[in-house]
Design a protein around this ligand. Structure first.
Ligand SMILES: Nc1ncnc2c1ncn2[C@@H]1O[C@H](COP(=O)(O)OP(=O)(O)OP(=O)(O)O)[C@@H](O)[C@H]1O
Ligand SMILES: O=P(O)(O)OC[C@H]1O[C@](O)(CO)[C@@H](O)[C@@H]1O
Ligand SMILES: [Mg+2]
Length: 542
């Protein structure tokens, strides 16, 4: 049997506002001006109707909790979790997550520093708020493709079916617009059995087409009461407004987000699924660039990788490969001409080695593109800025420079594997990660939590309120040790001038008041790396 509420919690004297009390019971102070606890509004861009649920405790402890159905539908009956009779779980010593369990966002702490933000630990609860027969779940995938989408779909369907006896699961065809414009697809363990071996999403995806009213009408009309939404930053913002509308209408519908982005740019979570697979696949392109450039005099192999605003794929692919001489990402400005510039470095490298490999993220150097190219201001259907092809531009610029200069004839081969790195099935470690994400989402929805995104924080899966996921973007921090590791591995110039350093140190004296992402706050990249290593070793637990 699972554990009961643990009264010997390591978190003493908690103060609550809203939602559940420390034993997982509804707290009557929801929405009231309870004196029971201080409320500290989080940083970021929360703009929903519902109030953030902030619980404070001693030593600067803060729990940023997720909403629960009972917050706006009091007196919902509970049922024992059917998992307690599931043979697969009967051997597990403690298969229910202790209701007190939270996960610290900050694991590197200094003597006397506040304990900081925590999130509710994901996993099965002793009580559920849905009967198996009552559940009518749906799954939707939105935004760009990513390895592992099908695995998440499969594991939601199988998790609901095998763990909770849920038989009715619908797939929404073609992203958000599919709620009101397309037919649904019936999903059963049988129909999804093999899909994790395929790239893409069997449900289809789209950008744009988010009409909150129509989507919630469709949810209501179809009698759907659990909505699983898989997608990136835009999708999670869409999920947040769907949740708010559902809450406004007082519907017993749990909304769970599963973060997806090949760019790894979603904040708070350790990393996004499919990222490792994409980095692995990028190795093939980098290897080809290396072979090509190494086989010809003054060969330059240039590889363009995805990464609209975040250079994680380029950075990790470079670090993994060791064949790369220069990695260019959106977060690290660079320049072409003059001392310390890219052309000077290329010349030096070719003289030393006879060949070189350059990796460039699609969002790098956009500010260098000519005004004509930049001024097109094109957007995709979701309003994302469409970038100019920096790979073609930089290839041409390098060729022009060396032909103008006439000192050195170069041979440049441009490889653009953009879609090849994301249109593939997920690798083994991403498959395990996707399974944990899907099962955590299912456990959360069955337990009545809603308005949350699931994801690992320091290796432990958590329920994270939408506003935290939607507050910013995860970017490579070029003053962190990880970028320094890359610079020392490639030996490329940092493209930072003495003037930049002086200006930067002035800024450091007055640190920004709101750190943009977890990667740029107190948790160093070193710790993230350790966690990621654990994840690859399948040591992530729910
Ligand atoms: N602020 C928003 N409010 C409501 N819906 C949104 C919002 N932003 C984006 N969406 C919707 O979310 C869906 C996906 O958004 P988008 O195309 O930006 O991809 P994404 O989820 O960010 O994935 P990725 O960028 O990783 O490919 C689209 O259908 C879009 O209409
Ligand atoms: O061409 P699509 O499908 O819009 O996707 C391209 C974009 O998707 C991403 O992979 C994720 O947002 C970006 O790196 C890229 O710019
Ligand atoms: Mg996006």
């Amino acid at each position: 049997m699972g554990s009961l509420c643990n009264t010997s919690s390591p978190v003493p004297a908690l103060k609550f506002r809203g939602g559940l009390d420390r034993c997982g019971n509804p707290n009557s102070s929801v929405g009231s001006n309870s004196k029971n606890g201080s409320v500290q509004l989080p940083m970021g861009s929360f703009s929903g109707n519902s109030q953030p649920k902030i619980v404070t405790g001693e030593a600067g402890y803060v729990l940023e909790d997720v909403p629960h159905l009972i917050d706006y539908i009091p007196d919902l009956p509970t049922l024992p979790n059917p998992l307690q009779d599931n043979p697969a779980y009967s051997v597990v010593k403690q298969y229910f997550v202790n209701v007190d369990d939270t996960v610290a966002q900050k694991i590197v702490v200094h003597k006397g520093s506040p304990r900081g933000t925590h999130f509710r630990r994901a996993g099965p609860r002793q009580k559920v708020y849905f009967e198996s027969d009552e559940v009518r779940a749906c799954i939707v995938t939105c935004g760009g493709l990513c390895p592992g989408l099908n695995t998440v779909i499969r594991e939601i369907v199988c998790g609901l079916h095998h763990m909770y006896g849920v038989k009715k699961v619908l797939g929404i065809d073609g992203g958000y617009r599919g709620f009101y414009a397309r037919n649904t697809i019936a999903l059963t363990p049988k129909t999804v059995n093999d899909i994790h071996k395929r790239g893409g999403t069997v449900l289809g995806t789209s950008r744009g087409g988010h009409d909150t009213g129509k989507i919630v009408d469709s949810i209501q009309d179809r009698g759907i009461n659990q909505v699983y939404i898989i997608g990136g930053d835009g999708t999670q913002r869409g999920a947040s407004v769907i949740y708010e509308e559902i809450r406004r209408r007082g519907l017993k519908v749990a909304v769970a987000g599963i973060p997806k982005t090949i760019d790894n740019d979603i904040p708070v979570i350790d990393k996004s699924f499919g990222f490792d697979t994409a980095v692995e696949e990028a190795q093939r392109a980098i290897n080809a660039a290396h072979v090509e450039s190494d086989s010809i005099e003054n060969g330059i192999g240039l590889v363009k990788l995805m990464g609209r605003y975040s250079g994680y794929i380029a950075m990790y692919a470079t670090l993994a490969s060791r064949d790369v001489d220069c990695c260019l990402i959106p977060e690290s400005p660079f320049y072409l001409e003059g001392a310390g510039g890219l052309f000077e470095y290329i010349e030096k490298r070719l003289k030393e080695n006879g060949h070189m490999v350059i990796v460039i993220a699609e969002g790098a150097g956009q500010e260098l593109l000519s005004e004509v190219l930049r001024s097109s201001h094109q957007q995709d259907a979701s309003g994302n800025k469409l970038l100019q092809d920096v790979g073609l531009w930089i290839s041409q610029s390098i060729k022009d420079h060396f032909s103008r200069q006439k000192k050195m004839a170069i041979n440049l081969k441009y490889i653009d594997p953009t879609y090849m790195i994301r249109a593939i099935p997920s690798n083994a470690s991403d498959n395990v990660y996707c399974t944990l994400l899907a099962q955590s989402a299912v456990h959360g929805a069955m337990a009545g939590y809603t308005g949350f995104t699931v994801g690992p924080v320091n290796g432990r899966h958590c329920y994270i309120p939408f506003y935290r996921i939607n507050e910013g973007q995860n970017n490579v921090v070029i003053t962190d040790r990880m970028w320094a590791r890359l610079l020392s591995s490639t030996n490329q110039p940092s493209f930072i001038t003495a003037k930049d350093v002086i200006e930067d140190s002035r800024e450091e004296e007055e640190p920004p008041k709101t750190p943009k992402t977890q990667m740029s706050d107190d948790n160093s990249t070193d710790d993230k790396l350790m966690v990621n290593k654990e994840m690859n070793g399948h040591a992530v637990t729910g």
